[in-house]
Design a protein. Structure first.
Ligand SMILES: [Zn+2]
Lengths: 99, 188
């Protein structure tokens, strides 16, 4: 079982308590009516689908209920780090250098 | 007015440990900025405790304050006094962006008591319930098999478990199965 660190509970807890919630850092356009159909489609549906380090949202649904972000390697399923919603995406090189 | 009845209506099970309906329990959800002076005042006025830290429950038995999330507390009070204590919290929070709601009848509360209580809970919840990792004063929201639950220890051999009222029967049935006589594992 995966163990995931909730930055709000500040505890590393079993995956069973969490729910995946899609790619992180996708900002909703401030004025959707100004967008072309293609731009709106891209916002709604087009995702990076990376092979490697992916920034994604998770929710501690069976715990504090909060959404937070994580960097996870989609090849190894390893979580590099998790961070609170609203915080900038951590730099992968800095994280790896720290290990 | 009709008489309020708890979801499990006094149900009890005696097996490896005792599972029982805790009966009508007053529960108030308080949401807002927990660091605000008014929030601290409201908690003091309702349960008499300080604002608990992350994963902590303060107070005991009938009157307690539990940490639910960074902006949410659960205030446990005697059932008959909920309305008056909600009013106290609202007075203390006047002018503050906060929410106080009586959730007593939306939930069910059970007690799990006995020397193997830790073991029975550990069969159902993905939580380290060893005495070194979890004890009195710790509060944990998690899942119990298929449902969300919250638990803490009210005595050294007793857990209090909260779940949604609509799944009270399921929770009771789960605990009965986990507490079948002869099902001790001896993990702790
Ligand atoms: Zn959490």
């Amino acid at each position: 079982m995966l163990l995931i660190h909730c930055p709000y509970c500040d505890d590393t807890l079993p995956e069973l308590e969490f729910a995946y919630a899609g790619e992180a850092h996708i900002a909703r356009p401030a004025d959707p009516s100004k967008l072309s159909d293609e731009e709106w489609r891209d916002f709604l549906f087009i995702r990076t689908n990376v092979k490697g380090v992916h920034a994604e949202r998770w929710r501690h649904i069976h715990g504090c209920g909060r959404f937070f972000n994580a960097l996870r390697d989609t090849v190894s399923d390893r979580f590099l780090t998790t961070y609170k919603a609203g915080e900038a995406r951590p730099d992968v090189q800095t994280l790896e250098a720290a290990e | 007015m009709s008489d309020p009845v708890s979801a499990l209506n006094g149900a009890e099970f005696h097996g490896l440990i005792d599972v029982a309906d805790a009966g009508l329990t007053g529960m108030i959800t308080l949401r807002g900025n927990l660091g605000a002076a008014k929030a601290k005042k409201a908690v003091k006025a309702v349960t008499g405790t300080a604002v608990p830290a992350v994963g902590e429950v303060l107070g005991s038995g009938e009157t307690a304050t539990a940490w639910m999330s960074p902006d949410e507390l659960l205030l446990i009070v005697p059932y008959a006094e909920v309305a008056q204590r909600v009013a106290k919290a609202e007075t203390a929070l006047a002018g503050e962006h906060a929410m106080v709601v009586d959730v007593s009848d939306a939930r069910a509360v059970l007690t799990v008591t006995g020397s193997d209580a830790r073991e029975v809970m550990a069969k159902l919840c993905p939580v380290d319930l060893s005495p070194a990792a979890f004890g009195k004063g710790d509060f944990r929201r998690t899942r119990m098999a298929q449902i969300p639950a919250a638990l803490w220890m009210t005595e050294s051999d007793q857990f209090t478990v909260i779940c949604f009222r609509s799944v009270a029967d399921y929770a009771f049935a789960l605990l009965k199965v986990a507490a079948q006589p002869g099902s001790a594992v001896g993990a702790f």
